[in-house]
Design a binder for this molecule. Structure first.
Ligand SMILES: [Zn+2]
Length: 96
């Protein structure tokens, strides 16, 4: 079975801020794998942090970079996307 990557920014953010131990789809236990992609000349490494569920094949990943602040540099962008998604669903539900 192929793994299914989570694309919903709200689900990913909720997962990020919780324990990162429980699958948001099936409540199965999460395995993680921190991958170092490369190391720059100044010694700062970067890569991905994978979280995956063996029960339902759900997974997500967060890019990390030792030279970046925040360390998980995707998070501010995810927060913006999540906010936009919530606002969009609110405005469509009040449109009757
Ligand atoms: Zn699962």
């Amino acid at each position: 079975m192929n793994r299914v990557q989570e694309t919903d920014p709200v689900v990913r953010l909720n997962f990020f801020y919780q324990s990162r131990k429980v699958c948001p789809k099936c409540s199965g236990s999460i395995k993680e794998n921190r991958v170092t992609e490369d190391c720059r000349r100044d010694g700062d490494a970067y890569g991905q942090h994978y979280y995956y569920c063996n029960a339902c094949n759900w997974f997500t990943k967060f890019e990390w970079d030792e030279a970046s602040s925040p360390y998980y540099f995707e998070i501010p962008e995810l927060q913006t996307k999540a906010r936009q998604q919530i606002e969009a669903s609110q405005s469509s539900s009040t449109g009757n």
